[in-house]
Design a protein. Structure first.
Length: 105
């Protein structure tokens, strides 16, 4: 959907090559999108973990793209002073970063 980081990255990559993105259908939720792709309704761009969890994964073919590798930037935004929540916030941030590293590796 509009506002999706993956879509924005794809639109930027295409625009850099003088190309546009034609949207025929807008969906909310990876599973619906993957179901439509499995039914032959188009192409989809979803995070690898969403594909791995999908009931449609065995009906889909992953295309390896050489000139487009989407990156996600995740920021933990918090107030400057957290008091007794400082340690839990730091541990949460570390756990998320480690979880993402494990999925990427």
């Amino acid at each position: 959907p509009d506002g999706c980081g993956f879509r924005a990255g794809l639109q930027r990559a295409l625009a850099d090559q003088g190309l546009g993105l034609q949207l025929n259908l807008e969906t909310f939720g990876s599973e619906l999108q993957l179901g439509l792709v499995a039914a032959g309704r188009g192409l989809g761009l979803v995070p690898a973990p969403a594909l791995a969890r999908s009931r449609y994964r065995d009906q889909l073919q992953v295309l390896q793209l050489e000139d487009f590798q989407p990156l996600i930037q995740l920021w933990l935004v918090r107030p400057r002073l957290l008091g007794n929540l400082e340690t839990p916030a730091r541990l949460f941030g570390r756990a998320v970063a480690e979880g993402l590293d494990m999925q990427a590796g």
